[in-house]
Design a binder for this molecule. Sequence first.
Ligand code: FAD
Ligand code: FES
Length: 248
Amino acid sequence: MELTYSSIIQNKHIVEDIYEMHLEFENKEINPGQFFMVKSLEGSYLLPRPISVYDYDGKILKLLYKVVGKGTKIFSKLKTEEKVQILGPLGNGFPLQDIKGKVALIGGGIGIAPLNYLVKNLKAFEIDSYLGFRDKIYSLDKFEEFSQKLVIATETGNYGKKGFVTDFVNWEDYDTLITCGPEVMMNKIIKIGKDKSIKTYASLEKRMACGIGACLGCSVKTTSGIKRACKEGPVFSGEELVVEEQPW
Ligand SMILES: Cc1cc2nc3c(=O)[nH]c(=O)nc-3n(C[C@H](O)[C@H](O)[C@H](O)COP(=O)(O)OP(=O)(O)OC[C@H]3O[C@@H](n4cnc5c(N)ncnc54)[C@H](O)[C@@H]3O)c2cc1C
Ligand code: FES
């Protein structure tokens, strides 16, 4: 982990409120599922924001982000050659060596970002990808390239199947479920994994202040006590997560 001032190679608008930023970041080992605390030099009163590794080739670090508030709005205005402060890579990432058998990757919205870097690193396994969006779809290339099967669902029915993507997974087909997306979607998948005894991993998107385990602002309830999403996570196995009962 290191603190770097990294130059922006490009920062492009993809669709609606989704952007992709490419940064210079050379020769570091990054595990899929790890993230960076990113801070613009503009608006420096703001805390850094956690953003997952969307792709990395040893030279260029790619981030896919959705504008939801002040910090990400500032990111979206940054121009080529401006610099951002990045701290990382942080967190545990996915346990690649433990992911076995037939795998379903299930991403919701901007939660597809860490799964994109994962899908290309899991290519030795049989992988099906299930991606859910509200209306517009984006950033499907790697999933098309590395998945045996790709299922897209939109809530509006504008593209792919209409409904929640979890409605189209045949759970019994899989040895491992891997998910990142809205909390309600991940909780549903964690519960299904537990009920059907399917190994499940979820990458949690908790709000974070420090990103390095110091502030306890990202606590997660687990069967072995409270853990920090930024340090012991953001990837947790479904078995260890304590999920409150949901009203579905
Ligand atoms: C490990 C990790 C990886 C992440 N990876 C990505 C990524 O690759 N791309 C991406 O776009 N986002 C990612 N996020 C979420 C991202 O960090 C937040 O969207 C961002 O911090 C919001 O900052 P803001 O200043 O724009 O919004 P704020 O002004 O801080 O908040 C605006 C709104 O967004 C909500 N919000 C803020 N943070 C989160 C969060 N973590 N989860 C859910 N809602 C939140 C707030 O409740 C509020 O309603 C990740 C989060 C974590 C913890
Ligand atoms: S964000 Fe500070 S401990 Fe995790």
